[in-house]
Design a protein around this ligand. Structure first.
Ligand code: GLU
Length: 512
């Protein structure tokens, strides 16, 4: 790089100094998967390099931020197990306080700092008051566009005389504070994208303080990164356009003695959703809460999200978070947009469910065996029966919430009434088959699923039906559904008495 304006980026890592990274969401709305991917990559980078994960809350927009969203962010990070070293509260909520050497970590509590920095920037000539009204800006922007010229801020207030400023103030004009961008291009090496150059025409002077005195993201984010000594900024590609501005601001902060060095930047690829459109936080499949409610395991979800722009090795999709940490290098992140594939996400989660011990699986199922998910009376739950069926469920469910419908036949007084299943399984002449199956099941040995299978097989043979066709009416009579866990194991666990009673009830219904 020969450009005089090429910034010197942090080299701390190359010199063996552990990196300091940050995850700095704004508490607006529900946490979404794109945000989690950013948190995950920062966290994995910090943990791989023995660095520090700073959790900062960017809540300077009182109109959009909410306490509820803030609490959800903490809760989500804790559920995912993405621990932080410095933050507004401790990762381990039981240990209380939290904090760190650069507290407070909520920007709403740091307003005096920003005011002070803005004043220093103005005093040093790095920023200036801009009195242009919205209407004036619009008129000039339109004219520039019509003339095919750059339409960003045109620098009208860059060099106002003291007189002019006095006059504007006397007129009652309001001023925002703008940062003065250098007139040369800015080049930097992105950790993901390589060398990038931004021309001054495309990066005009930008606002850092609103007319009402409120500091903007453009100021508070780099100021905090500087004061918190962040060495690496890993964030979404949508923020790439703010990077040349921040680099210019950083240089001013270094000259003012506020910042020590400029962090390195790595912009993570866009995540695309359905129809190759950017996944928006408003898309339902983007909501982290949805994944929690459906019963994704944190390790399954994190495994999938890590593949959005990164891979551990060719042909390898399933790995643990420890393996990810051991292998993660931001230099391996791919700059191309990543596609969010729900089916693959589910598949990976299912693989993680299979990797649990049976006891872990049973414990993980717990929330879905209770209200509001369970459709049976709490006192009807039979733990021994659940533990007996759990190994069969563990190899078949995709998400934990699948468990409820797969085991409810064990705990309901009567199987669920599913019209579609009934219609499908009971078409033709199910009565003779069910009658024979009932008789053979009654005579079977109930200590083995094999014997129950032979009973239904033999009943089918008598009526010219293969096993699949013969077991469908039995399954629906007993469980209410055409699909479920292995039938003969299910019958054995439910028990002879209940199984026969349910076949009797189905026969009564069919012959009524
Ligand atoms: N609070 C910003 C956001 O949520 C952070 C951007 C950044 O990482 O610099 O978009």
């Amino acid at each position: 790089m020969t450009n005089a304006n090429s910034p010197k980026l942090s080299t701390s890592l190359d010199q063996g100094v552990p990196p300091r990274v940050r995850f700095c969401p704004s508490p607006t709305g529900n946490p979404h998967v794109g945000l989690v991917r950013t948190a995950l990559f920062n966290w994995a980078f910090a943990r791989h390099n023995g660095g520090t994960m700073v959790f900062r809350i960017e809540d300077t927009d009182a109109a959009r931020d909410s306490e509820e969203s803030y609490n959800q962010l903490l809760d989500s990070m804790r559920w995912l197990g993405l621990d932080w070293d410095e933050g507004p509260t401790a990762f381990d909520s039981a240990s209380g306080a939290g904090g760190g050497p650069h507290a407070p970590y909520r920007q709403s509590q740091r307003m005096d700092i920003y005011k002070d920095v803005a004043q220093k920037l103005m005093a040093g000539g790095y920023a200036y008051e801009c009195f242009c009204t919205a209407l004036e800006l619009e008129v000039r922007r339109d004219a520039a566009r019509a003339a095919g010229k750059p339409s960003g801020y045109d620098g009208t207030c860059r060099n106002l005389s003291a007189d002019r400023i006095e006059r504007y103030k006397a007129e009652g004009r309001e001023a925002i504070v703008r940062f003065r961008m250098p007139d040369e291009p800015i080049t930097f090496t992105d950790l993901v994208r390589g060398e990038l150059t931004f021309n001054p025409d495309n990066v005009p002077d930008y606002g850092i303080i609103r007319a009402n005195g409120a500091p903007l993201y453009t100021l508070v984010n780099p100021v905090d990164d500087a004061l918190m000594e962040i060495t690496h900024v890993l964030r979404g590609e949508d923020l790439l356009s703010s990077t040349p501005r921040q680099i210019a601001l950083y240089k001013a902060l270094i000259e003012l003695g506020i910042a020590k060095e400029i962090p390195q930047f790595g912009h993570l690829p866009y995540v695309m959703g359905e129809g190759n459109k950017k996944l928006s936080k408003r898309d339902p499949e983007a909501s982290l809460n949805l994944y929690r409610e459906r019963g994704f395991l944190p390790q399954g979800l994190l495994n999938y999200l890590s593949l959005l722009g990164w891979s551990i090795a060719e042909d390898r999709d399933i790995f643990s978070i420890e393996e990810m940490v051991a292998a993660f290098d931001v230099k391996d992140v791919n700059a191309n947009p990543a596609r969010f594939d729900l089916k693959k996400c589910e598949h990976i989660n299912a693989e993680h469910l299979r990797m649990l011990s049976v006891d872990e699986f049973i414990a993980a199922c717990e929330p879905w065996l209770k209200a509001p998910y369970a459709n049976w009376k709490p006192e009807s739950f039979d733990r021994a029966a659940f533990e007996a069926i759990a190994p069969h469920a563990q190899t078949r469910v995709t998400v934990l919430s699948d468990i409820t419908a797969n085991v409810d036949f064990l705990f309901l007084d009567e199987p669920v009434e599913d019209e579609a299943s009934w219609a499908k399984a009971m078409k033709g002449e199910p009565v003779p088959l069910l009658t024979t199956a009932r008789a053979k099941l009654e005579a079977a040995d109930w200590t083995s699923p094999e014997s129950l299978k032979e009973a239904v097989l033999a009943a089918g043979e008598e009526h010219g039906l293969k096993l699949g066709k013969a077991q469908a009416p039995v399954r629906v009579a007993v469980t209410g559904r055409t699909v479920g866990l292995p039938l003969f194991e299910s019958l054995e666990i439910l028990g002879k008495e209940k199984t026969l009673a349910r076949i009797d009830a189905a026969l009564a219904k069919l012959t009524a």
